[in-house]
Design a protein around this ligand. Structure first.
Ligand code: THU
Length: 134
């Protein structure tokens, strides 16, 4: 079982590299891939606002580029009043590479931590089964 503290530490560090001049809301994410390797990402905003990307998406891209194909655990951190809630799009992106019971750790920079799972974040996820009839 991946240590959530390691993931929070990695997410905390990469969060400081976020490019968030528009929202001023920096987010860090860290994934433990099935190989055991760590993959990190931060949000990268753009003056054309919809072109910005979330921290989770960055960590997933790093994971795929790094040669892992499955998420064993993921942590996300931000300077928020409550543990940061991944957006709907990121929940779907995480679900693509994780199982329902894959642990998700949500954290604030002042030490509040919430442990949840991919299925709890995205109940009734759309998956490939819906595309096969009969
Ligand atoms: N953001 C993330 O990177 N991940 C989340 O889980 C929530 C939101 C980013 C997107 C945008 O750059 C900023 O936070 C404000 O929405």
């Amino acid at each position: 079982m991946p240590d959530p503290d390691d993931l929070i530490a990695a997410a905390t560090k990469v969060r400081l590299r976020a490019h968030a001049p528009y929202s001023q809301f920096q987010v860090g994410a860290a994934i433990r891939g099935e190989s055991g390797a760590l993959h990190i990402g931060c949000n990268v905003e753009n003056v054309a606002y919809p072109e910005g990307t979330c921290a989770e998406a960055g960590a997933i891209a790093a994971m795929i580029a790094g040669g892992d194909t499955r998420i064993s655990a993921i942590a996300v951190i931000a300077d928020s009043p409550r543990p940061v809630s991944p957006c709907g799009g990121c929940r779907q992106k995480i679900a693509e590479f994780a199982d329902g019971d894959t642990p998700v750790t949500l954290a604030t920079t002042d030490g509040h931590v919430q442990h949840t799972t991919v299925a709890a974040l995205l109940p009734g996820a759309f998956d490939q089964d819906y595309m096969t009839k009969g």
